[in-house]
Each structure stands twice: as structure tokens, then as C-alpha cells.
Design a protein around this ligand. Structure first.
Ligand code: URA
Length: 195
């Protein structure tokens, strides 16, 4: 299956109850050969309305975080564990995550990223380890099937608690170093964002 047919099928999904309350399926955004994949938790209000991940306040901060290390939406892929908004932004239920994760797995198979960055606890527990503790384990690298993975605090957590920002700055610099090693082409001059 290619990205276009995967997206078309995903937009029709009714595998869990979130499909009943959504405005949009938030499939994901970015180049379909991006070497770095960011995974958040699930769409919020703005994402549900606009159909794109991380476009609300947390997304603004994510854009700033990426630009600190010379990355951006033009050279990274951004998706979520669940593609439809949980009501009132509650955590997605385990059943909802299980119903949805196949879409993200299929996207990941097509993308073949070199690096996966989980944003927050929910993504880290689903992708890296169910016993993941974000305060303890953020910034550590894990290798899974040849893919380097790490988690950092979710931008919403950084908005709530700015004291977490210095640690996140260190995680971003570690990500930048790993990307310079594994996919230096993302930093090449010809790949910069259009102005
Ligand atoms: N929070 C997330 O985890 N994902 C989004 O797309 C937006 C906010």
C-alpha cells in the first residue's frame, strides 16, 4: 500500500468510538521519506478542526523546539498514537490506542525513519516500553529493529511546567547530534524551509 491509499483508507476508519465525535481524522504530516518521525498522543481541539497534527498552542512550541535544532515540518514527519480527538482531550484509552496503532505502524513501514521521537508519556509507553517513565527515562536512546528511539516531554507539559525546559533543551541537542550522525542530509542547505 502507498501513502495515498493508506491515507484514504484511514480517513474512513470507524474502528473505535472516537470516530463518532471527530471532525477530522488527523492522519499525519510531513515528507513521506522523512528520516525523523515525531509521535504525539492524539489531536486536540485545533488539530481536530484543521486535520493537521500539532497546530494548537503545543504545536507552536513544537515548531520552536524543532527550529532550535534546525529541523521543521519540511524535513520531519509528525503523527500521533490516535488519529481522532479524545473528548475533552482526555488520555486515549488503551482500547482506542490498540484500535488505531495499525495506521501508525503502516505509516512507519512506508516512511522507514532512522529516528523516532516520542512526545510525552503516552507515546513513549506505546512505542518504546509500557513501563516507560517520562521523568526518569526521557532523553535515553533505545534501538528497536534498527531504529533509534527516544522520548522527550510533551510540549503541553512544557507549557504547563516551564521548569522542564532545560532538560528538554538537552534532549533536543542529543537528538540533533544523533540526526547529524544518522541522517545529516536533513541539515543540508538545499533542504531548508521555504521563506
Ligand atoms: N497534542 C498531541 O499529542 N498531538 C497533537 O497533534 C496536538 C496536541
Amino acid at each position: 500500500m502507498d501513502f495515498a491509499s493508506l491515507r484514504a483508507a484511514c480517513l474512513q476508519c470507524q474502528a473505535c468510538g472516537l470516530s463518532q465525535t471527530r471532525h477530522s481524522v488527523v492522519f499525519g504530516v510531513g515528507p513521506e521519506d522523512a528520516p525523523i518521525l515525531f509521535i504525539g498522543e492524539g489531536p486536540g481541539e485545533q488539530e481536530d478542526l484543521q486535520g493537521e497534527p500539532f497546530v494548537g498552542p503545543a504545536g507552536q512550541l513544537l515548531d520552536d523546539m524543532l527550529s532550535i535544532i534546525d529541523l521543521g515540518r519540511h524535513n520531519c514527519y509528525i503523527a500521533n498514537i490516535v488519529k481522532c480527538r479524545p473528548p475533552h482531550n482526555r488520555d486515549p484509552l488503551e482500547t482506542e490506542q490498540e484500535a488505531c496503532i495499525g495506521w501508525l505502524r503502516a505509516q512507519t513501514r512506508l516512511l522507514r525513519p532512522k529516528i523516532i521521537v516520542c512526545l510525552g508519556r503516552i507515546a513513549a509507553m506505546k512505542i518504546i516500553d509500557p513501563a516507560f517513565r517520562i521523568s526518569r527515562d526521557h532523553g535515553q536512546w533505545y534501538a528497536r529493529a534498527g531504529v533509534q528511539m527516544m522520548a522527550m516531554f510533551h510540549p503541553s507539559a512544557l507549557l504547563r511546567d516551564p521548569a522542564k525546559r532545560p532538560e528538554t533543551f538537552r534532549d533536543l541537542k542529543a537528538l540533533q547530534a544523533k540526526a547529524q550522525q544518522l541522517c545529516p542530509e536533513v541539515f543540508s542547505a538545499g533542504d531548508s524551509a521555504p521563506v
